[in-house]
Ligand binder design. Sequence first.
Ligand code: BGC
Length: 453
Amino acid sequence: MGIVVDNLQRIREECEVLKMTDKQIKEIMCRLHNDLKKGLSRADHDKATVKCWITYIQDLPNGKERGKFLALDLGGTNFRVLIINLGENHFDMQSKIYAIPKHIMTGTGIALFDHIAECLANFMKEHGVYEERLALGFTFSFPLKQLGLTKGVLQRWTKGFSCSGVVGEDVVQGLKDAIARRGDVQIDICAILNDTTGTLMSCAWKNHNCKIGLIVGTGSNACYVEKTANCELFDGEPEKEELLINTEWGAFGDDGSLDFVRTEFDREVDVTSINPGKQIQEKMISGMYLGELVRLALVKFTRMGLLFGGQGSDLLFEGGSFYTKYVSEIESDKPGDFTSCMEVLEELGLSHASDADMAAVRYVCECVSRRAAHLVSAGIATLLNKMNEPRVTVGIDGSVYRFHPHFHTLMCEKIAQLVRPGLQFDLMLSEDGSGRGAALVAAVACREAEQGS
Ligand code: BGC
């Protein structure tokens, strides 16, 4: 018994590196604030790690948008096609998920766009709109330098994608070309947007305080409403007072500014990823990496003889075998109950785990997910303080936020502690932001075009 208690105690001590003190969190906020300012500034933008791209979406929905729209959603684990009917105070939506095979994720850009266009055409056939000419909003959740609402140049791939020939190119053109190569469907691409933007738009349709969009899913990122006067790179119509900025905060830390809180596990996740040195903050927060961070810690503690009697399993030692959904499942167990934890460990070939091992595994999960929630909170509090508006709603989507049992509560507590006194905020789950948001952006673009004509 003494040894067991001792092991858990030692694991707790080892996990101290995963905790960020209030002082460290304040320092992170200060650095992020500076990086946001650099991203927005004409002089520093090129060197900035947090790029703060202008989205060219200047009008939030006013609830009066109507009509039938198509949407594409590419950027998480799946790719989806949607058809959305916007009516008075309601909308109906049908969608289909298509897999993106690994060889396409890492193949050529042409093959990727051909695949997307093929899924789109099949979807239109299945939904009886193959012959119609429809407007489409394209949610493309990777860092884009937007040159207009329908022109965006890919800056880098993230989240396991690495299709050749797309970085530096206009993604809308890539899709248009693929549609033209098929020659069978008629589509007007009205807008390209990020999933954070879609999330914000879809919440703003109902809630006019929604001025931040956040994703904590496969990747992580936030967008927010900024005063045009602070956006030095904006060269469009000056009459708009506010712009929507896609921060691309996943890249925060790429210049070493998070090194003071990174651990050996973070460095290992980074060097074994397909984009080493890139998306450093994202690798500490998002669903693509949280499970792997836990696994690396468990491997270390097993090798130290502190877990599983020093006996691992082939799967435990295999990269990527500990899914992020396991973290949510394990933390969903009631205190003292290890039902889900046991199931996960059995799946990993670790059925010899004792109760003390399970308590330790759960503790490691908690440390990793808490740190993620605290980093996200630091980011959101930085944005809230910068915006300095009395009450802001944050629209949120993504598998980690949606399925982790404590992420929402952890964020509420931490943001409340970090935000300037007097500022109020609400965290709102966005129902299908990327899909509905894309249709809404397309609808707003059409509304504007009609009003303009
Ligand atoms: C991408 C962002 C995206 C985020 C969430 C990141 O990897 O760079 O554009 O918003 O993932 O999907």
